[in-house]
Design a protein around this ligand. Structure first.
Ligand code: AHR
Length: 716
């Protein structure tokens, strides 16, 4: 039975808020305001509809309790329904939402001759961090999990000892030997008995499976140390879990002596694509073998060594972003001071990268390190928004401003030099040594992340210390603060990063937040935002909230110069996700995008550089719009968001553009708020394009219920 949808999001929404009071609260008390919406882990309570998901048992981190959603039966009505059923009364099936009567006609006036505000060319970008296996087990193409044999109380996780037939062997971590200072330990395979057909070794099943395709070459490598050559060669095999059949095989001769790196390839034949496979490395003779940094790479985006998953890079390009905010998020900070994002340990050969404990419950390999972030930007022809660590840890500690903070300020200066310096500079030369002599473009540097959480009040001074040093060395870059700072500290930020995570209805109620905000002072970067409904990826209700919010950001883009949704990526396997919803979902084999992704891609891909004067009359409360005009191509981009369950008749009157036009209408429609895409049903909601002729103005148009439309009208 189709669910009821109480008229116009009744259970989704809240009353509209007082804008000017609200804006004051942003500029002065925003940390408190936002903290209520965005608690950090230890602050979570049952009353918060908050998406952090943690494995049971992690102290202080509770799973969210979901609020009652639109379309479900309100608990108060349950007794009524039971009584009705007991009395034999008919319970009327719900009407499909599109059968509802249309809303009252509205009129949208657009004066294309009057541009009232500019639209930022940087408005839409991406934010990223290691969360939900975004990189390891996600964008970073490495197929093996725990390739550096990090032990836990469960042993060497993701590795199994192989003892075929009569073979006898042990696998243990040896803390006394490893191939580098960064990787000082290794896996020791001690084989007491093995023979051809009765081999011993180790195996890894990847990140919830190893995806294999037909006629494809996989590049394997490892470091090994061998004392006695009698052990013989290592055989690498890709094996189908279900049948035990080897789908590809290679033999690697190992020299006796110190640590060396070995490389090999495995090529599949005419196999069916699947991810139920594992890698096995085995030997056929007794002896002891030490191994470290065991890697298996599939073909990558642009065939870049140590590169990214091609399908996910395609998805990211499809968002049509202008920048990438990196490397976080909480990932920049870490739970404890020692877990900070120390970029210097994420560059250079993989064997010199120790990895680090990331805040989202798992260890980061740092295979996708600073240079890989920058190359990712280069591949997509976008620029980095570089967040530098500013001395705050998520559990509440901070580095005292002054001399204690100085090494971190130095690190930030070095980092900017690594990104932008020419090869005559120390860190520019280091980047060239790492394979990228050309500097990267940079315009914005963010100092910290969500420092409103620092209740010590140290951010004013920390920001001031970073800003003073950065401005002295790099006056050309704009500095972003993560919360308003006191001017007395001597350093006014150019931009403030505001974050909003809200249920769709609250997001819709929030769309006037910046309308009357002062235009003097710092610009705004909405560095993280999302309407929160749906898991693991946003449902159509979220897409409506997101689209409504984007109309507001476009209208206020003279102030809001950049915005990036978060989080971006999620591995949908059970156990891989820490936060929902997330924009793009995937497993080892395939990926899909959410309705919110399509909304964002459409908004970013159809954006002018100026906002014409507009006015609207007669539209319902849950109707939103924006209009932007391209000064070069003279295309008017009209975005219409009907978050109501009634269709919205709309006369669009174009002043200053009276001739007939052929408009391109791209429409994104969901049959319910809960309708969504998923890994098994990836195309339920997709944009549909049609052409329409506007013969006169006003143009009589109807926006269907639960629909987002992007209309391009060429004016010349
Ligand atoms: O996007 C998820 C998290 O939300 C980010 O890591 C953090 O900055 C915010 O609290």
């Amino acid at each position: 039975m189709q669910k009821t949808f109480p008229e116009v999001l009744a259970t989704y929404g809240k009353a509209a808020t007082n804008r000017s009071t609200e804006y004051k609260s942003r500029s002065v008390d925003m940390p408190e305001f936002t903290a209520k919406v965005r608690p950090r882990p230890s602050q979570e309570t049952e009353t918060m509809s908050h998406p952090r998901l943690y494995p049971a048992g992690i102290a202080g981190r509770t799973a969210p309790v979901r609020a009652h959603r639109a379309g479900t039966l309100p608990p108060a009505l349950l007794p009524v329904l039971i009584v009705a059923l007991l009395l034999g009364m008919p319970v009327v099936p719900c009407q499909p939402i599109n059968a509802q009567a249309p809303g009252t006609p509205a009129q949208l006036n657009i004066d294309t001759a009057k541009i009232v505000t500019p639209v930022s060319p940087m408005l839409y970008g991406m934010m990223t961090e290691e969360i939900n296996h975004a990189f390891d087990g996600g964008l970073y193409a490495e197929l093996l999990q725990n390739r550096t044999f990090r032990p836990s109380w469960m042993g060497i996780e993701h590795w199994d000892l192989v003892r075929n037939g009569s073979a006898s062997a042990e696998l243990a971590v040896d803390k006394t030997t490893g191939p580098s200072a960064a990787l000082p330990s290794s896996a020791r395979l001690t084989v007491t008995s093995a023979a051809p057909g009765s081999e011993a070794g180790l195996s890894n099943a990847g990140f919830w499976g190893i995806p294999l395709r037909a006629h494809t070459t996989y590049k394997g490598s490892f470091y090994a140390k061998l004392e006695d050559a009698a052990l013989g060669p290592v055989t690498a095999r890709l094996i189908a879990d279900k049948t035990g059949v080897a789908l590809a095989e290679a033999k690697i001769d190992i020299k006796s002596g110190p640590w060396s790196k070995y490389e090999y390839t495995l090529t599949t034949g005419a196999i069916a694509a699947s991810s139920t496979n594992h890698l096995q490395l085995s030997v056929a003779h007794a002896g002891t073998l030490w191994m470290q940094l065991v890697s298996l790479m599939p073909p990558t985006y642009h065939d870049t060594p140590n590169g990214n998953r091609p399908d996910l890079m395609g998805r990211l390009a499809g968002l049509r972003p202008k920048f990438l905010r990196l490397p976080g998020g909480n990932y920049l900070e870490g739970d404890r001071l020692e877990d900070w994002y120390n970029w210097k340990t994420t560059i250079g050969p993989l064997v010199d990268r120790p990895g680090h404990q990331a805040p989202w419950t798992y260890y980061s390999s740092d295979g996708l390190g600073l240079l890989e972030f920058l190359k990712w930007c280069e591949d997509l022809k976008i620029e980095p928004v570089l967040a530098v660590y500013a001395g705050y840890a998520l559990k509440g500690d901070h580095i005292q401003p002054g001399k204690d903070l100085e090494p971190y300020v130095e690190s930030a200066l070095d980092e900017v030099e690594y990104v932008t310096g020419d090869t005559s500079t120390k860190w520019g030369a280091e980047r060239a040594k790492d394979g990228h002599p050309a500097p990267f473009p940079l315009h914005y540097i963010e100092i910290g992340n969500e420092d409103w959480f620092d209740k010590s009040g140290s951010y004013d001074a920390r920001f001031g210390q970073f800003a003073t040093a950065l401005r002295k060395n790099y006056p050309q870059y704009k500095l972003i603060a993560t919360t308003p700072v006191k001017e007395s500290e001597g350093a006014e930020p150019d931009v403030i990063d505001d974050h909003y995570y809200k249920p769709p209805a609250e997001m819709m109620d929030f769309v006037h937040h910046y309308d009357n905000a002062p235009r003097i002072g710092p610009k705004i970067f909405v560095g993280e935002w999302a309407s929160m409904s749906g898991t693991p990826t946003p449902n159509f209700g979220s897409a409506l909230g997101d689209a409504a919010w984007m109309t507001s950001m476009e209208r206020n883009s003279d102030l809001i110069i950049m915005a990036s949704y978060a989080p971006l990526l999620v591995n949908v396997n059970p156990g891989a996700m820490q936060w929902n919803p997330d924009l793009i979902g995937y497993d080892a084999n395939t990926s899909y995008v959410s309705p919110s992704y399509y909304a964002q891609s459409l908004f970013a891909g159809h954006l002018g550089d100026g906002t014409p004067q507009t006015s609207i009359t007669g539209a319902g409360d849950h109707f939103f719009y924006s209009a932007t005009l391209g000064s070069a191509d003279h295309v008017l981009h009209v975005k219409l968001v009907n978050a109501s369950t009634r269709s919205q008749p709309l006369d669009i009157a174009l002043e200053g553009a009276m001739k007939a036009h052929t408009a391109t209408v791209v429409s994104l429609h969901g049959s319910t708020f809960e309708a969504t895409n998923s890994i098994s049903d990836p195309s339920r909601i997709t944009p549909q394009t049609r052409m329409e002729t506007m013969v006169s103005t006003p143009w009589h148009h109807t926006v269907p219920a639960l629909t987002i439309e992007v209309i391009d009208i060429p004016l010349k």
